[in-house]
Write a protein that binds this ligand. Structure first.
Ligand SMILES: O=C(O)CCCC[C@@H]1SC[C@@H]2NC(=O)N[C@@H]21
Length: 184
């Protein structure tokens, strides 16, 4: 009885610590940003995809949901100066919700062996990046009503090169990050 209860408590504490660590890293990565028209350049995708790969799909996507919840509750965790619900319906809303789907997909692929080499991990993270950019583009074009050409111009083009760099960085850093976390 006691060992089982202790194990469950330790497991819950571990989940709590990992989610708190993940959301704190997300907030930090949002604040490292370069303001651009409509959508800033940030380090968030690097952190989202590393969390997905390190935590797996369940805890990775749960961490992103917790991140969005922190922002919705008014904590200053997003890239812009405004907290609360507004960013979740503003120009970057598609990317923010895309973080949940990207952590899910990259985590799911990582759990199926796509984290066994830097090349495979690069591919898994590239899929995650595609998910985030597609969600961001879709919202800008059709949710916000900018139209596809403008959404492509402000929501995709400025981020292609940096996404490739973040992808390579994430895939290279993951073995070290994994050693830090006794994952899954
Ligand atoms: O408001 C936020 O906190 C979300 C900002 C989203 C920025 C997006 S994520 C994908 C793309 N890559 C970047 O560096 N910036 C955009």
């Amino acid at each position: 009885m006691w060992p089982a209860q202790t194990g469950e408590a330790a497991g819950a504490l571990r989940v709590f610590v990992l989610v708190a660590l993940g959301t704190a890293l997300m907030a930090l990565s949002a604040k490292v940003n370069l303001p651009l028209p409509y959508v800033p350049m940030t380090l968030q995708t690097l952190v989202v995809l590393m969390i997905g790969a390190a935590y797996g799909w369940r805890l990775g996507s749960a961490t992103m949901i917790a991140y969005l919840a922190e922002g919705a509750l008014g904590l200053p965790v997003f890239a812009g100066p405004v907290a609360g619900i507004a960013p979740l319906v503003g120009p970057t809303a598609g990317y923010l919700f895309g973080f949940v789907a990207a952590a899910f997909v990259t985590g799911w692929l990582a759990e199926r062996g796509w984290d066994r080499s830097v090349v495979l991990l690069f591919a898994a993270m590239a899929v995650g990046h595609l998910v985030i950019l597609t969600a961001g583009f879709g919202w800008l074009a059709y949710g916000l009503g900018l139209g596809a050409p403008k959404a492509w111009q402000v929501g995709i083009v400025p981020f292609i090169a940096a996404s490739l760099v973040k992808n390579a960085l994430g895939a290279t850093l993951m073995p070290a990050a994994r050693r830090l976390l006794d994952r899954r």
